[in-house]
Design a protein around this ligand. Structure first.
Ligand SMILES: Nc1ncnc2c1ncn2[C@@H]1O[C@H](COP(=O)(O)OP(=O)(O)OP(=O)(O)O)[C@@H](O)[C@H]1O
Ligand SMILES: [Mg+2]
Length: 468
């Protein structure tokens, strides 16, 4: 079962324990190196890499916990397992908090030893797989910061890839916090314009005249306060990319001017006579449904058609829940690196809650929840997370979220209630169904519909019918 190339470093001061471990590990096919102290272990680790460090906690000189912390810091790829005496279980707790993968209580039986080792190696392999998948994404597309491998995100990547090499205008449509700006930057980075400026303008932030001046610049005397010639964002973005953010909030007057630039590639500064040429790739972003804005008479139809040539819809987080673990890992790594701590572990319950949350604020909301959790997880483990609940702890049916259609919202609420019931029922579906007040076959139908995997021991019915 065990791979012959796995290298294990054992630090143990007790000779009898050491040789017992040696025999068992070698018999199981692991390549084993034995040392008698933490100091010696560090020496060895400097010389070559080990897959696993198996260390005693109480040793003369530097103890196993200090060794663990040092190894986590300097060789994060090495899995650390600690051994403690039966009377010192608190050492095991401390070790887990400092990032040990697992612990063994002495006397260590052969079966336990091998089981814990295999489990640790498996979870490391899984982590490696996730990060290599991410690296592949990065090198293939150069999207250094976009995390997510689910199908809806892969579709986004291939659209970015397809459009980046062209000069086409791009419209990014997505709810707040889905990563529109990130995608805009990725398009710029993947394009031939990458060495020229990327400029962003928030169209919602300024009143009319100022926005016009911001975009196109002005000449001295164009309006009160225009005391000198001032270039605009189109000028600044020459040769590069201009992100017009929140384009759905553009006033009718500026819409006309923008349409003109987009159609003719020409513009004039406010109060200016000269006609300037814009060599700028424009990317527009909005969290509004522009079609609906056109319907409501708030957005010009002709501008909409001009913008809607190559639209990339960025899916809300609740439509790609399988990306949540990778995003969690990404943000935990980022925030803990910022504070120079090892990334905290995340308890299963906290993870379950993150998976079940509807995320109306999408990735940005997740990012903030985790930033807070990292700060609070001084112990090295995130036991729970702070999620915005509707008042009274009722399921979040509450404030209608912008950009969330009723069916989407209902689905998100349903997803969360079903998951919560399952978690509370310890995974037993019959019990979860009772909590929800529905039949088991109805639950099984909903699990299928929501894409939640049912566990066989929970007694998932073969086929589920909806019988509301
Ligand atoms: N797929 C992703 N991988 C990693 N980080 C992400 C991802 N999507 C979004 N983020 C992060 O979430 C935050 C919000 O992203 P961004 O500002 O691009 O969203 P947005 O769609 O422009 O939101 P808004 O409409 O509110 O302006 C940023 O910090 C961004 O880095
Ligand atoms: Mg944005």
């Amino acid at each position: 079962m065990s791979a012959p190339l796995v290298r294990i470093l054992v630090a143990e001061d007790d000779r009898a324990v050491r040789s017992a471990l040696h025999v068992n590990l070698e018999k199981a096919g692991y390549e084993t190196t034995l040392v008698v102290s933490a100091e010696e272990a560090l020496d060895r680790l400097q010389g070559r890499s080990y897959d696993v460090l198996l260390t005693d906690v109480r040793m003369p000189g530097m103890d196993g916990l200090a060794l663990l912390q040092e190894v986590r810091r300097r060789w994060p790829h090495t899995v650390v397992l600690v051994m403690t005496g039966y009377g010192n279980v608190e050492d095991a707790v401390a070790a887990m908090k400092s990032g040990a993968e697992d612990y063994l209580i002495k006397p260590v039986t052969k079966a336990e030893l091998l089981m814990v080792l295999e489990r640790a190696l498996e979870s490391r392999a899984l982590r490696d797989e996730v990060s290599s998948l991410r690296r592949e994404m990065e090198t293939r597309f150069g999207f250094a910061h976009i995390v997510g491998t689910t199908e809806p995100m892969q579709r986004v990547y291939s659209l970015i890839h397809a459009v980046a090499s062209t000069h086409a205008l791009v419209l990014l449509q997505g709810e707040t916090g889905t990563g529109k700006e990130l995608v805009a930057r990725a398009i710029h980075q993947a394009s031939a314009r990458r060495d020229a400026p990327f400029v962003r303008v928030n169209c919602a932030a300024l009143p009319d005249t100022l926005l016009e001046s911001e975009l196109f610049g002005h000449e001295k005397g164009a309006f009160t306060g225009a005391i000198r010639n001032q270039p605009g964002r189109f000028d600044q973005a020459q040769g590069g990319t201009l992100l017009l953010d929140e384009i759905g909030d553009l006033s009718p007057a500026v819409q006309v001017k923008l349409l003109h630039v987009l159609e003719n590639g020409e513009y004039q500064r406010l109060g200016g006579r000269e006609t300037l040429r814009a060599d700028v790739r424009v990317i527009a972003a909005t969290n509004k449904d522009l079609r609906q804005e056109v319907h409501g008479g708030r957005f010009r139809k002709d501008l909409f058609y001009r913008l809607d040539v190559f639209t990339i819809r960025i899916p809300p987080l609740r439509e790609r829940r399988d990306d949540i673990p990778a995003l969690v890992e990404h943000f935990l790594a980022r925030f803990s690196a910022r504070d120079e701590r090892p990334p905290p572990r995340i308890a299963p319950r906290a993870m379950q809650r993150l998976m079940a949350h509807p995320w109306p604020g999408n990735v940005r909301e997740l990012e903030h929840v985790l930033e807070r959790a990292v700060i609070l997880a001084a112990s090295g483990e995130i036991v729970d997370v702070d999620l915005q609940e509707a008042p009274g702890g009722a399921p979040s049916i509450g404030p209608a979220t912008e950009g969330l259609s009723l069916p989407d919202h209902l689905r998100a609420v349903e997803h969360r209630l079903v998951l919560e019931a399952l978690v509370q029922a310890g995974g037993v579906q019959a019990r979860a169904a009772r909590r929800l007040g529905i039949s088991r076959s109805n639950l099984s139908y909903r699990l299928k519909k929501l894409g939640i995997a049912g566990s066989p021991e929970g007694g998932l019915d073969a086929e589920g019918e909806s019988r509301d």
